[in-house]
Design a protein. Structure first.
Length: 506
């Protein structure tokens, strides 16, 4: 999901009244530091059995309800909470330089409102700090099965056959209830291949019923059938990510291990566009397809997709066997510069490489100003808005998202290996809210001041900080430097000294 602070910033940047970032931050800090406000925010996190939501979320819904019918149906404590939330939003809108009505109109979107609830919950639990931590993950990537119909050589999951300890469909539905109650904004079903699960449509429907944004990450094989694609749309699927690993069909099919996989993926993109879904094409960038990326961007834009996501290659799962295909820091830098320049109103180009924001900082001009994130690339007109990147920029593992394995095990993101050292807990065995708030591993991932080597002292630490999954998979240390950055070329050369990589960067 799109980060709500950025959406608010984008909204205000289109108005003549420009936000004072220092004043905005000070406003929220004063609210949190006030004893009465702090008490009310803590009370807002309690779950209301009558209204079946935490009081913060219900209070926000009451505040946004134009007909006031919801206020009459809600309990007294939730009605009182709506008054306090109205006060906070009014103060926030003044700091952002927009009217309260403008902000309320934006929040009529259920998912936007749910995201804002998570922001307010985060302020209540963690305060206003760098990096910002929401009250619940904005997104959960749930690998619901290890079963897959392809044989990808770079698969982070080592997918193939269904595991014996996978959660039952009833357990998955129960798990969705837990996530919704915690305040998770979006659930992306992945795998393996999520479309091969017999109850995937039921999971999408339940996700939507619970007020969470449903998405899937798929190889597109099943959705290449128009009738199947329509069923997913009717179930309420809002967002689909389809993997295409090259402009040349042979490049994709070799990576995916099945002939004809490229044509199926492209057909799936076309079908999803026709069904008016939000479509993202994802590409894992390696030496195998590096030279095709620029032309791929033009190709997928022509298909009508909304986003083109450039995934960092992470040497985990099957990918651990092809480390030699990782691109050099120089090539990654050039890739991200090209991506920044190729962004357009027709299609955004995003990247999971945290260095994208650092590259953007160096390329900002009066005609092209953008804050790259994993979720969104908003344009802005006021340079002060770039300060928001200090709060929401960088690796989102364990901060904006978590991943869940088919057996319910939780990890900071899908690219961490299934090792106890980086396991957060289990969805059905542990208290999810307690894990999010108090887990020691997550606390380390959220603290950029303890990063080692150059990542810890870099002037772009707040907006970048390196990919923690790459650091762990290369050095077995979540605080180690990310060898994908040009500032860490020494670490890169140590890893690949036996096979030095040729650079095409200019």
């Amino acid at each position: 999901m799109m980060d709500d602070g950025l959406k608010a910033a984008e909204c205000c940047s289109k108005n003549s009244a420009q936000p004072d970032l220092g004043n905005m931050i000070q406003t929220f800090e004063s609210i949190v530091d006030n004893p009465m406000s702090k008490l009310l925010l803590q009370k807002a996190l309690n779950y209301c059995e009558k209204d079946k939501k935490n009081r913060l979320e219900q209070g926000l819904k009451i505040y946004l309800d134009k007909g006031n019918n919801l206020e009459k149906e809600s309990c007294l404590k939730c009605r009182l909470m709506s008054r306090f939330i109205g006060f906070v939003i009014k103060k926030g809108s003044e700091s952002f330089g927009v009217s309260e009505d403008e902000l309320k109109n934006q929040m009529q979107d259920d998912y936007w409102a749910k995201g804002l609830t998570s922001v307010l919950k985060g302020i209540a639990q963690f305060g206003v700090k760098k990096p910002f931590i929401p009250g619940a993950p904005f997104q959960i990537v749930w690998n619901i099965t290890h079963a897959c119909n392809l044989k990808c050589v770079h698969c982070y999951e080592n997918a193939g056959k269904k595991d014996v300890d996978e959660l039952s469909s009833e357990e998955i539905l129960g798990g969705l209830d837990i996530l919704a109650k915690s305040g998770v904004t979006s659930v992306a079903f992945s795998g393996g291949e999520p479309t091969v699960h017999p109850n995937i449509l039921k999971f999408i429907e339940r996700c939507k019923e619970l007020g969470m944004f449903p998405a899937i990450a798929t190889n597109g094989y099943a959705l290449s059938n128009p009738k199947t694609c329509k069923k997913f749309a009717e179930a309420g699927l809002n967002f689909v990510q389809i993997s295409i690993d090259g402009l040349n069909p042979k490049t994709h099919d070799k990576f995916r291990g099945v002939d004809g996989a490229w044509s199926k993926a492209v057909k799936a993109v076309e079908n999803c566009v026709k069904e008016d879904m939000f479509v993202e094409v994802a590409t894992t960038v390696t030496e195998h397809n590096y030279n095709e990326i620029h032309d791929m961007a033009d190709f997928v834009k022509g298909l009508g997709v909304d986003w083109f996501m450039l995934y960092n290659f992470i040497p985990t799962g099957k990918g651990n066997e092809i480390k030699n295909l990782d691109i050099s820091p120089e090539k990654r830098y050039k890739l991200l510069k090209d991506a920044y320049n190729d962004n357009s109103d027709d299609m955004q180009i995003l990247s999971t490489a945290p260095q994208y924001a650092r590259v953007a900082e160096s390329m900002v001009s009066k005609d092209h100003a953008m804050i790259p994130t994993h979720f969104y690339n908003p344009e802005y007109s006021n340079p002060a808005v770039m300060q928001l990147a200090d709060f929401i920029g960088g690796c989102g593992a364990g901060r904006f998202y978590l991943s869940i394995e088919p057996n319910g095990d939780i990890y900071p993101c899908v690219f961490f290996p299934h090792e106890d050292e980086v396991k957060v807990g289990n969805l059905l065995e542990d208290d999810f809210d307690d894990l999010w708030k108090n887990n020691e591993l997550l606390a380390k991932l959220r603290n950029k001041e303890i990063l080692s080597e150059h990542c810890g002292k870099c002037e772009s630490r707040d907006v970048c900080g390196g990919c923690r999954a790459r650091a762990y998979n290369y050095f077995h240390d979540i605080l180690a430097p990310d060898p994908g950055c040009i500032n860490n070329e020494e670490e890169w050369n140590k890893i690949f000294s036996a096979e030095p990589q040729k650079s095409t960067a200019k």
